[in-house]
Design a protein around this ligand. Structure first.
Ligand SMILES: [Mn+2]
Length: 338
């Protein structure tokens, strides 16, 4: 991406002298959220600043090995330290989310912070920051952080730890460099990070080989008993209820990636995953080609995201939510022929 010069000038001025920087990211932080936050922390420290990552809740365990992870403050574990770190910071860097209602219990304190900078690749960024870096064409926020670091003249600050965190977020957010957001620039950026000493075995082993036996059994059950294939509509639907989850010792994160199995069936262009929570049903959609699942979910299920990957929610029962989805499906598919 070309980093906008006017926004860069603002950020440069903010970081002119050593600052106390709080770095925040979204609720249920994923690889890109944690990777970009920790990558930025390493960069800021190398540039002489005091930087701390504060997250709305504890990230999934498959990210625990990231360099600097032990220093992260999580609101659910350390509420006082989390809030006071943000309150006493000179600058709050907001990474990998587009609206302040995405950061859970941190919303109020971040909203009240005077100086905020946003770096994100989701559509429709809320105007809350003194400088906004928004690149919806970027495969990840990590990729943007590398671009911005280089524009700031911080090339030499991108050491092995920063590179490892940023590379990890690039891998997870791009589906290991296969989503359509992956560009030659993505690959060049990743190659540059690799040259800084990233241990590929460690990264890929840590993020891929992390199944528990319970999770694998839940996956087997899901594919066998809860997956419906609609060949004519080239759509796959998976629905999991609370009972299913309880029976398989469900832990947070266990269903991560389940939706992608639907799209891996030859010929499918849409995969839908419905998961019953105690108070709502969450919906994940994945698509291929020009089928804009973000717009569909925005219109019908209070959601959003990217063209090929988006999430939404419903207050109806699991069955009623799936039925409503099925009734909306034909018009959606007809409006976007393959
Ligand atoms: Mn991201």
């Amino acid at each position: 991406m070309s980093v906008p010069a006017d926004q860069l000038a603002i950020l440069q001025q903010l970081l002119e002298a050593p600052r106390r920087v709080a770095i925040v990211s979204h609720h249920n932080p994923d690889g890109d959220a944690v990777g970009s936050s920790l990558g930025m922390m390493h960069l800021l420290k190398a540039a002489g600043h005091n930087a701390r990552v504060v997250l709305p809740n504890t990230p999934a365990g498959f990210l625990d090995w990231l360099p600097g992870r032990a220093e992260v403050l999580c609101l659910d574990r350390s509420p006082d330290a989390s809030l006071s770190t943000i309150r006493t910071s000179d600058l709050v860097l907001c990474l990998d989310f587009n609206r302040l209602d995405r950061i859970g219990g941190l919303e109020e304190v971040v909203r009240a912070a005077k100086t905020k900078v946003l770096i994100d690749h989701h559509q429709g960024p809320e105007a809350f920051a003194v400088a906004t870096f928004s690149d919806t064409g970027s495969s990840s926020t990590c990729q943007m952080v590398v671009d911005i670091a280089k524009a700031l003249g911080w090339e030499a600050h991108i050491g092995r730890d920063a590179a490892t965190c940023l590379y990890t977020g690039m891998v997870t957010d791009s589906g290991s460099f296969r989503f359509r957001s992956t560009t030659p620039h993505t690959m060049r950026t990743a190659a540059d990070l690799l040259e800084r000493g990233v241990d590929l075995d460690l990264v890929h082993g840590s993020i891929s080989d992390t199944n528990s036996a319970d999770r694998l059994r839940l996956l087997g059950f899901t594919l066998l008993e809860r997956m419906t294939v609609l060949p004519e509509q080239r759509t796959v639907i998976i629905g999991l209820g609370q009972d299913d989850l309880k029976k398989h010792g469900f832990k947070q994160g266990d269903t991560e990636g389940f939706v992608n199995y639907g799209l891996s069936i030859k010929g499918m262009r849409l995969a839908a995953f419905f998961m019953e929570h105690p108070d709502l049903v969450k919906i994940s959609l994945r698509s291929k080609g020009d089928l804009p699942v973000d717009r569909f979910l925005k219109e019908h299920f209070d959601g959003g995201g990217h063209i090929n990957a988006a999430g939404g929610r419903s207050q109806l029962s699991l069955e009623a939510t799936v039925q409503r989805f099925m009734s909306l499906l034909p018009a959606f598919l007809e409006a976007h022929p393959a």
